[in-house]
Write a new protein. Structure first.
Length: 237
């Protein structure tokens, strides 16, 4: 009996020392269907991102086509605009042949006065100062009109080349903003040409008024020198 108890106790002690064999390790289970669904979602997000990038690029292109400078304001930048006098004072200076603002135009007036003169300087010197002044004005008025006309004609002829620049620019208007800017530039040039024509007409009228003033002064001087016609004796006809 004692021997059986001892054997059982010894066996129990050995088992407690050796221990029980642990269970085998477990592997993680991979869900193939969930992985495929996740891959599809990633591909969808990538396509959406590409679409958004294309839309952004298109929006940027459209925005650039209607904003920003196109350089149309630089067309005809070298064109001379105020080649004619801008005031009555400047017109009088040009008429007298001495103008610091428009020396070329004043030189043309002086040249026309000299070329159209019939009386020699010696003959003019025999006149009184008033008569000399009247003669100078009579010579300068038509010379001024001729000089203005010649200058305007020369400028209008050279303007054809300048306007050709606007025609050539039509081929460079590749987007909406460029077309709008070019149309605005053409409209501005038309306004400048109209203003130039109006200015030339007004200057011509001013030159004419000066000639009419000279004629009126000449008549009054003639009356002052001869007296009233009513005081003349009868001709006895």
């Amino acid at each position: 009996m004692w021997r059986r108890f001892s054997t059982a106790w010894l066996l129990t002690g050995c088992l407690s020392v050796v221990g029980v064999r642990p269970a085998a390790a477990q592997f993680a289970v991979i869900d193939i269907a969930a992985l495929q669904q996740l891959l599809v979602q990633v591909q969808t997000l990538s396509q959406q991102l590409t679409t958004a990038e294309n839309q952004l690029a298109q929006a940027q292109s459209e925005f650039a086509s209607i904003t920003g400078p196109r350089g149309m304001q630089l067309l005809l930048a070298g064109t001379v605009r105020n080649y004619l006098p801008t005031s009555a004072t400047q017109l009088t200076q040009v008429m007298s042949g001495s103008s610091g603002s428009y020396p070329a135009l004043a030189a043309t007036v002086s040249s026309l006065v000299s070329s159209n003169a019939v009386l020699t300087p010696a003959q003019v010197a025999a006149f009184s100062p008033a008569e000399q002044a009247q003669l100078a004005t009579a010579r300068q008025s038509p010379a001024l009109l001729a000089a203005l006309s010649q200058t305007a004609l020369a400028n209008s002829s050279s303007r054809f080349t300048a306007l050709q620049t606007l025609i050539t620019a039509l081929g460079g208007a590749t987007d909406q903003k460029a077309v709008l800017d070019l149309n605005t530039r053409v409209a501005a040039e038309q306004g400048m040409l109209q203003n130039e024509a109006t200015k030339l007409q007004v200057l011509y009228q001013m030159a004419q008024s000066q000639e009419w003033t000279r004629l009126q002064r000449a008549r009054e001087q003639a009356i002052a020198g001869q007296g009233s016609l009513r005081k003349l004796p009868a001709m006895g006809l």
